[in-house]
Design a protein around this ligand. Structure first.
Ligand SMILES: Cc1ncc(COP(=O)(O)O)c(C=O)c1O
Length: 388
């Protein structure tokens, strides 16, 4: 990484006040706010308290800017992007909007984050689909088991890009190819990889991609975006509808028109007016990803985790539980030891914030972290392993 880029990372780190008080390795749960996010939200609050108050255009303009920004980050076009409230929003749009015959099989992993399972479970109950769990192997989604599970009734594979509990990055290219060969729609819950692991929906042949922005995208809670491939959009019915599913040409003076055509764009699945405070916050946050580039963020994060992994490998007390195979790595690294719960307490006491998941300690490294943060964690790990 060249000096200019390193400097940019340092400058952006300085925009995150928490870095002066704590070490934060928990973006996989919730991302921190930067000063820029806080400032834009405060600006919007001030407008709503001042003479103008009615800032309706801000919502529309911000939404349009954000659709274009997220499209740019995942190789899509802005008409293929909609804004929602969370990852589940996009999952439900497709689960309830895609018309499938009764008896259709929806394939999901048996170690999946519940948002995928519950969205499809509800659709299965409503439309008579069958939710089919693909057997994992060593806590990893197994491609052979996936292929064995496919039958002529299989219609959808819905899977996380990166698994929340061990950071395993699924091989989207191979999975997408298998989906195409078997006529399955490929829907991806991208939240644990969005912003840290590059994704090009066109190149990868992803049909649906949905991601909350409250974690790695460093945005307010309760906001997300989703992508639908145009061919999928053509197949879809509208699962629900709002007055903003249609084009008013920004003229809201005569509203007794009930036969406006839908937008020919994914925004037709958005529900009503926007959470503008969130949109302005998202706009401030998305700029970091545009400025740094997701490939560079990945390199930065992986380099930090390499430093930690080297230590963990050198100390027999610890065992890495994430895959270290390059193509399956993400910005999440997990490890464990005999007394990991006690260790977790020690780490927290040292003002280092991370998470415990499924018997491991989960470290999420992100663009505001640096090598000194990793060294602080290593110091605690070293002390702990010498005490026990
Ligand atoms: C893989 C995955 N999907 C979804 C979510 C959250 O779903 P939502 O944004 O709908 O709350 C999480 C974490 O909270 C997650 O790890």
């Amino acid at each position: 990484m060249n000096n200019n880029l390193e400097k940019k990372f340092e400058e952006i780190r300085a925009r995150f006040p928490h870095t002066e008080k704590i070490v934060y390795f928990n973006a996989a749960s919730n991302g921190p706010f930067s000063l820029d996010v806080k400032n834009t939200i405060e600006e919007n609050m001030k407008v709503r308290m001042a003479a103008e108050i009615d800032d309706t255009p801000t919502g529309f303009e911000s939404a349009e800017e954000l659709r274009a920004a997220y499209a740019g980050l995942i190789g899509a076009s802005k008409n293929d992007i909609g804004l929602g409230l969370n990852t589940s929003f996009g999952l439900n749009v497709v689960a309830f909007g895609l018309p499938l015959p009764p008896g259709s099989e929806i394939l999901v992993s048996d170690i999946e984050f519940p948002s995928i399972v519950y969205a499809w479970r509800a659709a299965a109950e409503r439309f008579g689909y069958k939710l089919k769990f693909v057997k994992s192997k060593d806590l990893i989604f197994d491609i052979d088991e996936f292929q064995k599970a496919i039958t002529p009734n299989s219609r959808v594979l819905c899977l996380s890009y990166v698994q929340f509990f061990n950071g395993y990055k699924n091989d989207l290219a191979t999975l997408s190819k298998i989906c195409k060969e078997n006529n399955l729609l490929f829907a991806v819950d991208g939240i644990q990889g969005m912003g840290t692991e590059p994704v090009d929906v066109k190149e990868l042949g992803i049909d649906v991609f949905t991601s909350g922005c409250q974690k790695w995208m460093l945005s307010p809670q309760g906001c997300s975006f989703f992508y639908l491939d145009p061919a999928v959009r053509e197949r879809m019915t509208v699962p629900f509808m709002s007055w903003l599913s249609v084009d008013w040409q920004m003229n809201f003076t005569s509203l007794f028109k009930y036969d406006n055509p839908y937008f020919d764009a994914v925004r037709k699945y958005e529900l009503g007016y926007y959470v503008v405070l969130n949109l302005v916050g998202m706009k401030a946050a998305v700029k970091y990803f545009q400025q740094l580039g997701i490939k560079n963020i990945r390199e930065h994060n992986h380099r930090l985790l390499d430093r930690l992994a080297a230590y963990l490998k050198s100390n027999p007390y610890y065992r890495i539980t994430s895959s270290m195979v390059e193509k399956h790595r993400s910005s999440i690294l997990t490890f464990t030891c005999d007394r990991y719960k006690e260790l977790f307490g020690e780490i927290t006491k040292s003002k280092i914030i991370l998470a415990q998941r499924e018997g491991s300690i989960r470290v999420s490294a992100h663009l505001y972290n640096n090598a000194a943060d990793i060294d602080k964690l290593i110091e605690v790990l070293d002390r702990f392993s010498k005490q026990v």
